[in-house]
Design a protein around this ligand. Structure first.
Ligand SMILES: Cc1ncc(COP(=O)(O)O)c(C=O)c1O
Length: 379
C-alpha cells in the first residue's frame, strides 16, 4: 500500500490458497452442502479444541444465533437479555424465535454485557441471556454464567467477534452452554458468508441438523456423502440455513491460516495501543490482547470530537466505522428498553472503529496512528 492509498476499515486476506480451494470445490461438482461442509465442521472442532462438544456449520452468523436460541429452548412469549450495544443481527435472531429482546447496558471497561444490570432485568419471562464478546474480548463471562445459574437461564454466547479468543485459557466454544460464530466477509476468518453453533450434547446436534435443513431427517447424513436422500421424513419446522461445499472450502482454506491471521491482527492492535498511548483525548481498549483474537480495534474519544476526527481521517484517506449505534433508538426496538442504558448511550457517541485488516502492514497502523496524533495535536 502506497503512502496515500485509501485505507479501508476492513480488509480480509484472500490468498491463492483460498482461490485454489474454491476452484477445486467448483470442479468437484457437488456445490451444495456436502463432504466439505463436514470437513469444515471437523476442522472447526479441532481448532476450537472441542472434546465433548459438537459444532454445526450454518450459512450466516445470524442463522447460527437463531438456531442457538432455538437450541436453548427460546420461543414465543420468552424474553432474552442482550446488550443494547450490539449488532441488530442478535435482536433479529431473538425476534425470529418469537421471543422479545430485552436491551441491557454494558460494562464500561470491557464493553460486554454488565452482569449486575442483566440480573436486574430478569423477570418471569426471561429464558436466556445473549452476551456479545465485543471486538473479541469475552468480558465478564464468568460472572454472567454465575448469574445465569442463579436464575436458571440459558446462555447463548455471541462469539461472532471472537473466533479464536480464550477466556481463562479456554477457547470460547469449548466450554459453557451454546456458542455462535460468524465467518462473514470481514470476520477473522471468512467463508464469504457462514456461521457455526457449538452445543454440548449430541441429541441437540441432531435437532440442529433438522432445523438447519427444512426439518428433513436424513438430509445431513446423505449430503455429507455428496448425495441426497429421495425418501425422507419431515420431522418438524426447519429453515434453509446450511453451509454449501463452496463456502466450506473457502472457510477451510482460511481456517488453515487462522493462527497466523489472529497473530497478525493481535500485533496490529498492540501497535495501535503503543502508538496511541498517552494521547490525551483517546481512550484505548484496556487489554494487551493476550488471548484475544481481535475482530475490530476501537478507541473512544469525547463525543464532540468524534465527527471531527472521522472527517480528519477521511481527508487522509483513512476510513473508520462505528460499532455500534444504540439499538434502543431503532424504531423496531423502541419497546425493548427496560433499565438504565447510560453506558450504552455514552459509548455509542464515543466509539470509533479504526482500520484493522487480516494481514496489515505495520506502516498502515503507523499512518493511522500518526493521523490521530496529528488531530489531537500531539507529535
Ligand atoms: C455482533 C454481531 N452479531 C452477529 C453478527 C451476524 O453475523 P453474520 O453477518 O455472519 O450473519 C454480526 C455480524 O457482523 C455481529 O457483528
Amino acid at each position: 500500500m502506497t503512502e496515500h492509498a485509501p485505507v479501508p476499515v476492513f480488509q480480509p486476506h484472500v490468498g491463492v490458497d483460498t482461490i485454489k480451494a474454491v476452484v477445486d470445490a467448483l470442479h468437484a461438482g457437488w456445490l451444495g452442502m456436502g463432504a466439505i461442509t463436514q470437513a469444515f465442521e471437523e476442522g472447526l472442532a479441532r481448532f476450537l479444541e472441542l472434546r465433548d462438544r459438537h459444532v454445526l456449520a450454518t450459512n450466516t452468523g445470524t442463522s447460527a444465533l437463531h438456531l442457538g436460541l432455538l437450541a436453548a429452548g427460546v420461543g414465543a412469549g420468552d424474553e432474552v437479555i442482550t446488550p443494547a450495544f450490539n449488532f441488530v443481527a442478535d435482536h433479529q435472531a431473538i425476534v425470529a424465535t418469537g421471543a422479545t429482546p430485552v436491551l441491557c447496558d454494558v460494562d464500561d471497561a470491557t464493553l460486554g454485557l454488565d452482569p449486575d444490570k442483566a440480573a436486574a432485568l430478569v423477570g418471569p419471562k426471561t429464558k436466556a441471556v445473549l452476551p456479545l464478546h465485543f471486538g473479541g474480548r469475552p468480558g465478564r463471562l464468568k460472572e454472567l454464567y454465575a448469574m445465569a445459574e442463579r436464575h436458571r437461564l440459558r446462555i447463548v454466547e455471541d462469539a461472532t467477534h471472537a473466533f479464536g479468543s480464550r477466556a481463562d485459557g479456554r477457547m470460547l466454544g469449548s466450554f459453557g452452554d451454546i456458542t455462535c460464530f460468524s465467518f462473514d466477509p470481514v470476520k477473522v476468518i471468512t467463508s464469504i458468508d457462514g456461521g457455526a453453533v457449538v452445543v454440548g450434547d449430541r441429541e441437540l446436534l441432531e435437532r440442529l441438523r433438522h432445523w438447519r435443513f427444512l426439518g428433513i431427517d436424513r438430509e445431513t447424513h446423505e449430503r455429507y456423502k455428496n448425495s441426497r436422500a429421495w425418501e425422507y421424513d419431515v420431522v418438524g419446522q426447519g429453515f434453509r440455513y446450511h453451509m454449501t461445499n463452496i463456502n466450506a472450502a473457502i472457510g477451510l482454506s482460511q481456517l488453515a491460516r487462522a493462527d497466523e491471521f489472529i497473530a497478525a491482527r493481535r500485533a496490529s492492535c498492540r501497535l495501535y495501543n503503543e502508538r496511541l498511548a498517552g494521547l490525551d483525548g483517546v481512550r484505548r481498549p484496556a487489554t494487551d490482547f493476550t488471548d484475544v483474537a481481535p475482530f475490530i480495534y476501537t478507541v473512544r474519544v469525547e463525543a464532540d470530537q468524534r465527527e471531527g476526527l472521522i472527517e480528519h481521517l477521511k481527508r487522509r484517506g483513512i476510513a473508520t466505522g462505528i460499532h455500534f449505534l444504540p439499538a434502543q433508538d431503532f424504531s423496531f426496538l423502541k419497546g425493548c428498553r427496560r433499565g438504565d442504558l447510560s453506558v450504552t448511550e455514552r459509548v455509542t457517541r464515543e466509539i470509533l472503529t479504526l482500520p484493522l485488516h487480516t494481514l496489515m502492514p505495520a506502516a498502515v497502523v503507523e499512518r493511522v496512528a500518526a493521523a490521530i496524533r496529528e488531530y489531537f495535536g500531539a507529535r
